[in-house]
Write a new protein. Structure first.
Lengths: 401, 217
């Protein structure tokens, strides 16, 4: 029988040295930002009941979830995202907690992507959820923290905002069925102008149809608002636009300048997002590295309706981009190699502890029998200093020995 | 400034796209005399062409190692889409069709049908949309053989003129989808390099429109 005991499953990998250090650096910088704004960490189980993530609730297609069953035959999944478990927590155990509730998380999620595409099936995501309060104040907080989080890891990123309500408003003006609406949505999502026009040509001409046809092109800088205002007439669409423009202008104080963008054609599957949506992009990565938005309907699916906004940073992508920029963390190497003479082994370890405590040095214990071997090891590993713990005294090695 | 990198599907789509670029006044000498080079600068060097097999064009664009790609709708339908599909280039036209033995009603009877195809995902999606259970078998080469040998009741394949079908006693039963070449764009590139990409795609669109006018006039 073939044994798969020497390789990792597709879409997962071992991290060592620079890669490890870069990921930890990204995680700690993000955590610092989240904590500084009063967010508390939540850790949720790696295994949950499938029902928690039931596709209509979570917007996650069932075929990408890793499933198994428990002893009673109930269907379980490996956590495919962290927002849904935090919503579950907020709607159940935290019903009586003071609002708003602020949580951050840093944990892997698991998704079974099609094979041989090079996508990760295990991805670490770090993010925040702000639950229990809706409206502009909360939206501004979430986006401003997202900007700060990106700034702390990958300066020079682009931030993009949109609003799920804009498409909804335009779609409600069109005489279309649920299926046609989904067809239109998916062509806008993929910016498929040709297919969108084919669908819209069948509809009677109206301002909403003309606005819808332009929707995939309505992205860019603040000039987008002007064009969008001239296109839409319904009070709902206009109000959504005004709100988004207000947010945009508000956030321009963050100094992103032309790196702040708008895309009115951001339309997600399953109407998961209900209000503002935002994402961040960097040159080094072929997809968004941060995704977020307002999801006011999710908590109602757990019988505890409340507004919520949040975002997640794809930490693996951020760490990779930092490495590509040469801005990862240095891998920590020992400063001192300590060689203890026969009979002084314990004293050697104690000396190392003291050196670390008093001088903050990283000490490696030499596991060899002679000083010559220890010195050879030090030069091989590039450790500049060798200290010797003798019966009588400690002989400190100099730099470059 | 980093050049825009565009992946072209080797073969006919490559030739048609290069012809289109030349109409836009871009120097494509490097593509004509490519030798063994794999990344070819064209025009004033602001664009680089990569030649790849159809499905690889999608892979390169999805991962963002190429900003744009030219690929047939058939490949997009079979391989899914995590990119923007911004322009129907109008060339490389053909269609996906369901074809079976001449004179025989594919839908008759109550037994589960077997359909052979090089495009199992397209085939499955087509019958799923009809809420119809079929057995799909993937065939790599000449799919027309499958019904002739009795392996399947029908095939789903790309049809241009239909002459291969006729010669083998098969006929088109139904069109599954129309196909043509598409310009696709990586999602991050679209956001980071909007101006360059939109101006290129607008120029290409205009050139295609002009061609259409010439053809119809």
């Amino acid at each position: 029988m073939k044994l798969y005991n020497k390789i990792t499953p597709e879409g997962t990998r071992d991290l060592l040295f620079e890669e490890c250090a870069a990921r930890r650096l990204a995680e700690s910088r993000l955590e610092q930002v989240f904590v500084s704004h009063g967010y508390q960490e939540a850790i949720t189980p790696g295994i949950e009941f499938y029902d928690v993530f039931e596709p209509a609730r979570s917007g996650i297609p069932q075929e990408i979830m890793y499933k198994m069953s428990d002893q009673k035959g109930r269907l379980m999944v490996l956590r495919p995202d962290t927002t849904t478990p935090i919503a579950r927590l907020a709607a159940t155990r935290l019903q009586n907690m003071e609002r708003p509730m602020r949580f951050y998380y840093n944990q892997p999620i698991y998704r079974s992507n099609p094979g041989l595409t090079g996508r990760n099936n295990e991805t670490v995501e770090s993010g925040v959820e702000l639950l229990g309060v809706g409206g502009k104040r909360a939206d501004v907080e979430a986006i401003a923290i997202a900007v700060q989080a990106m700034e702390s890891c990958l300066p020079g990123f682009r931030m993009e905002i949109g609003h799920a309500g804009f498409f909804r408003a335009l779609a409600s003006e069109l005489p279309i069925s649920e299926e046609e609406r989904e067809e239109i949505r998916s062509t806008i999502e993929s910016k498929n102008y040709a297919a969108l026009n084919t669908i819209l040509e069948k509809l009677p001409d109206s301002p909403a149809v003309r606005a819808m046809a332009k929707l995939p092109r309505l992205f860019g800088g603040k000039e987008v608002f002007e064009e969008a205002f001239s296109l839409c007439s319904s009070p709902e669409a206009v109000e959504t636009l005004r709100y988004l423009q207000e947010l945009y202008e508000f956030l321009s104080a963050l100094g992103l300048g032309s790196r702040m963008m708008v895309d009115l054609g951001l339309v997600q599957r399953n109407d998961y997002y209900t209000g503002v949506v935002f994402s961040a992009y960097v040159e080094e990565w072929g997809d968004a590295v941060l995704l977020g938005g307002r999801y006011d309907n999710l908590l109602a699916r757990f019988d505890s309706p409340m507004p919520a906004v949040g975002f997640s940073v794809i930490v693996d992508a951020v760490a990779q981009a930092m490495l590509k920029r040469g801005q990862g963390a240095k891998v920590k190497k020992p400063d001192v190699l300590i060689f203890a003479e026969e009979g002084m082994e314990l004293a050697g370890i104690q000396y190392a502890q003291r050196l670390t405590k008093e001088e903050g040095l990283i000490c490696e214990n030499a596991l060899c029998d002679t000083l010559e071997e220890a010195q050879a090891l030090a030069s091989k590993k590039g450790i500049a200093r060798v200290d010797v713990v003798e019966q009588k005294e400690i002989v400190k090695g100099g730099e470059g020995q | 400034m980093k050049p825009l990198r565009i992946a072209l599907t080797k073969g006919r789509l490559e030739k048609d796209t290069v012809a289109l670029f030349e109409k836009l006044g871009m120097d494509c000498t490097a593509v004509h005399n490519k030798g063994r080079q794999l990344i070819l600068p064209i025009g004033d060097g602001s664009i680089e062409v990569v030649l790849a097999k159809a499905a690889d064009v999608i892979t390169y664009v999805e991962h963002g190692v190429c900003d744009l790609g030219v690929v047939g709708k058939d490949t997009i339908m079979e391989n899914g889409s995590r990119f923007y599909e911004v322009l129907d280039l109008g060339f490389g036209k053909c269609r996906f069709a369901l074809a079976g033995p001449k004179g025989k009603d594919f839908y008759e009877g109550f037994s589960e049908k077997t359909v052979a195809s090089k495009y199992p995902n397209v085939t499955r999606a087509f019958f799923e949309s009809k809420a119809m259970d079929v057995r799909v078998i993937k065939i790599e080469g000449s799919v027309e053989l499958a019904p002739l040998l009795g392996l399947s009741d029908a095939i789903v394949d790309i049809v241009e003129t239909g002459s291969t079908l006729r010669e083998n006693g098969l006929e088109v039963k139904e069109t599954v989808a129309d196909i043509s070449a598409r310009l696709i764009v990586n999602t991050a590139s679209m956001k980071l390099r909007k101006q360059e990409i939109e101006s290129l795609s607008a120029k290409m669109e205009e050139a295609i429109r002009k061609d259409l006018k010439v053809e119809t006039s």
